[in-house]
Ligand binder design. Structure first.
Ligand code: CP
Length: 314
């Protein structure tokens, strides 16, 4: 069966793992997940290795698994379970129990954890957030929200990315995914210590797209989308308290001055990056963006469990 995903790896470790046609295939499935027939690996078991806090990603994968007819099993971190409190290594954990599952979803504070898991595991690994590196399934949801809001791919769009672009991993994955498109302009809006790492800026620009930077929200004009990346509670440069964050806050006065078609996206959670009175304005798209997530997580699981998946060769 041609599932539209080609014959490559079924891991999803980085946004750079995907081609544009794979992303568009995932978006088509996510928009209508019920229309793609039964999974080849029906009654699959997903291991959710979440060693960091998560609401949306963890619950999203649990629900997506249930909707596909599978079972999700939560594997909690060292502080939560007796057997792992003896500081068992991550590699031992993966080697011991990856084979219990058909697919493994990992959120981990270490940037190296998902690549190590993929090297050791016999089953596909999905990166659900690795340290300050990447969050590719969130970026897929963000892209889906762009298609949903504007009814078009991001080609030709002008996007402001606001917040801690150095540490917020979803923004990194989104830059890599936007690199698949043409004539995109991203304006990074952040304090200088929190600029997006050069490797993500360079990857985005390598395909001819433009990345510029400003330190002032007032410069955010003439954009199609505002992507509020948020602020990590603590960064390598120190704690970014309310006073440091407030110049980068999206206020209702700012949004009311924008065209109604400008979309405000945010991976959430929100602390105070977007004022609560923005929520009811037509530009606010972030709760709808979050609701689109289950379909995309179903699509990502489907890709990992598809016919060429290693799990089906065992
Ligand atoms: N957007 C996101 O990753 O949210 P959670 O941390 O709640 O999973």
């Amino acid at each position: 069966m041609n599932d539209g995903f080609g014959g490559g790896s079924r891991h999803l470790l980085s946004a750079a793992d995907l081609t544009r046609s794979e992303v568009e295939n995932l978006i088509a499935i996510a928009r209508d997940p019920g229309s793609f027939g039964a999974l080849p690996a029906a009654r699959f078991i997903a291991g959710l290795f979440f060693f960091e806090e998560s609401t949306r990603t963890r619950v999203g994968f649990e629900v997506a698994t249930a909707r596909l007819g599978g079972t999700a099993v939560a594997v909690t971190g060292p502080k939560q379970t007796g057997t792992m409190s003896a500081a068992e290594s991550w590699s031992d954990t993966i080697r011991s129990i990856d084979g219990y599952f058909d697919v493994v979803c990992v959120r981990h504070p270490s940037s190296d954890a998902v690549a190590l898991a993929a090297r050791l595991a016999d089953v596909p690994v999905i990166n659900c957030g690795n340290g300050t590196d990447e969050h590719p399934t969130q970026a897929l949801i963000d892209l889906l929200a762009v298609y949903d809001h504007l009814g078009q791919p991001p080609d030709g769009l002008r996007i402001a990315m606001v917040g801690d672009l150095r540490n917020m991993r979803a923004a990194h994955s989104l830059l890599l995914m936007l690199a698949l498109y043409r004539d995109v302009t991203v304006v990074g809006v952040c304090p200088q210590p929190l600029d997006a790492p050069m490797r993500f800026q360079e990857a985005f620009q390598a395909s001819g797209n433009r990345y510029t930077t400003t330190r002032r929200m007032v410069d955010v004009t003439d954009v199609d989308l505002i992507y509020v990346a948020g602020f990590a509670p603590a960064t390598a440069g120190g704690f970014w308290d309310e006073g440091a964050r407030s110049p980068f806050r999206v206020t209702s006065a700012m949004v009311r001055a924008m065209a109604p078609g400008v979309g405000i996206l945010c991976p959430l959670p929100r602390i105070d990056e977007i004022d609560a009175d923005v929520d009811d304005l037509p530009q606010a798209r972030y709760f709808r963006q979050s609701r689109l997530a289950v379909g995309m997580r179903m699509a990502v699981l489907r890709r990992s469990l598809s016919t060429q998946s290693r799990v089906l060769k065992r």
